[in-house]
Design a protein around this ligand. Structure first.
Ligand code: NZQ
Ligand code: ZN
Length: 385
């Protein structure tokens, strides 16, 4: 096992009716900015519950954080925080609202142009406002981690940052609040969580059976529960299992002490920045090709994955690996997330542009072995047409 630091201070309040507990976890004298997205929380009643639970505090609102939150939008929230002297942020929504709130928390008292936070990937953050989250879309794990991904539309750049200062103070996870998700977002969430686990599990063995078996348990749970969420959208237990799975998939636990890949995510971010695809759609396109192209360096883990996740034990090593990757791709399709560039009206004509973006963002030595060069990324994209 590799050396590691594990730190996660986020308090989780999980279960039905937990929004009422906001009253206990937001300081009574807080001056709060509630940040949210395009309005789903207004139509499903979450907003009204939040406002009731915050009664007695000074509360301002910032609506309109878009999927793949933009620097341009978030800087308007930073202005409001500064003008109104607000001191606590509350994100209500999916990963985009939470990531956006992390940025606002870090930018509010930042000296200089806050885009520098992205340019240094968060290393220059010296302070951040405290914030909590109410999660309405299980997918990213942002509710219990210290990462955030922000897009600057004018540069077509989608960049990540992280800092120990942007862990949420608390996150409220009520699975019943995910019943109103559109089918597309249910599928996206399961595929994103699945890909997070694969980025931390499907590398090379370092004799870390605890992390492996945690990861395998989470993968198997997504495979079992994901299709049930599509078939029975109001099954509370199914939603509860998916929600906790997605949080555990990226809260630092399964990635501690093991190599991590993340090449699929980095290539995927460029596809979103250039063509506006949903985050999970990009992962469904890139991950199968990434595993195929890097079969040799990932061979031992691919065989373990084939056996323990898909029960594939017969045939040559190559046949078992190929079958496991095919089943992975089939699972994404089963969740309603298409897996080819051509499904999104893209093709080989777009590959050069994606590679240019990767190069300009210095994404030229990705993966757990730093061997995903631009040539490797090209092969992956060619396989994904
Ligand atoms: O904006 P509203 O109206 O709320 O609608 C949203 C949005 O249109 C809707 N939605 C959310 N909860 C709902 C709901 N609709 C009905 N009922 C509900 N309960 O879903 C749409 C998508 O929301 P979004 O927040 O964009 O989705 P997701 O949670 O998948 O977040 C994606 C973002 O997270 C980043 C991605 O890059 C992308 O920008 N990621 C963040 C990570 C992190 N911080 O650790 C890791 C991930 O790998 C990922 O990169
Ligand atoms: Zn992701």
């Amino acid at each position: 096992m590799l050396n590691f630091d594990f730190y996660n201070p986020t308090q989780i309040l999980f279960g039905k009716g937990r929004i009422a507990d906001l009253n206990k976890v937001v300081p009574a004298d807080a001056r709060v900015l509630v940040l949210y997205g395009g309005g789903s929380i207004k139509s499903n009643g979450v907003f009204a519950e939040v406002m009731a639970a915050l009664a007695g505090r000074t509360v301002k609102e910032f609506p309109g954080i878009e999927p793949n939150p933009s620097y341009e939008t978030l800087m308007r929230a930073v202005e409001i925080v500064r003008e109104e002297k607000l001191d606590f942020l509350l994100a209500v929504g999916g990963g985009s609202v939470i990531d956006g709130t992390k940025f606002v928390a870090a930018a509010a008292n930042f000296e200089g142009e806050p885009w520098a936070i992205l340019e240094t990937r968060g290393r220059n953050i010296k302070q951040a406002l405290p914030f909590g989250t109410i999660l309405t879309l299980p997918a990213t794990g942002s509710e219990m981690n210290n990462g955030s991904v922000i897009t600057r539309k004018s540069l077509k750049a989608k960049m990540a940052f992280s800092s120990q200062l942007v862990f949420p103070k608390f996150s409220i996870l009520d699975p019943a609040k995910t019943f109103t998700l559109p089918v597309r977002q249910i599928g996206n969430g399961v595929v994103d969580a699945y890909a997070h686990i694969m980025e931390q599990y499907l590398t090379y063995p370092v004799n870390a059976p605890v992390q492996d078996r945690f990861a395998e348990g989470l993968l198997l749970t997504l495979i079992e529960e994901g299709p049930k969420a599509l078939a029975n959208p109001e099954d509370y237990d199914v939603r509860a299992n998916i929600m906790w799975c997605a949080t555990l998939a990226l809260n630092g636990l399964i990635g501690a002490g093991v190599p991590q890949d993340w090449a699929t995510h980095m290539v995927g971010h460029e596809l979103t920045a250039l063509y506006g695809l949903d985050h999970a759609q990009t992962l469904a396109i890139v991950l199968p090709g990434m595993l195929r192209v890097r079969k040799e360096s990932k061979r031992a883990k691919l065989l373990q994955y084939a056996e323990r996740i898909w029960n594939i034990t017969a045939g040559t090593e190559d046949a078992r690996i190929d079958e496991a990757i095919k089943r992975t791709q089939d699972f994404f399709e089963q969740m309603g997330v298409k897996t080819r560039l051509s499904d999104y009206k893209l093709g080989s004509g777009n590959i050069d542009e994606v590679l240019q973006q990767l190069e300009s963002h210095r994404m030229v030595a990705l993966g757990e072995q730093r061997d995903v060069t631009l040539d490797v990324s090209r092969k992956v994209l060619e396989l994904s047409v």
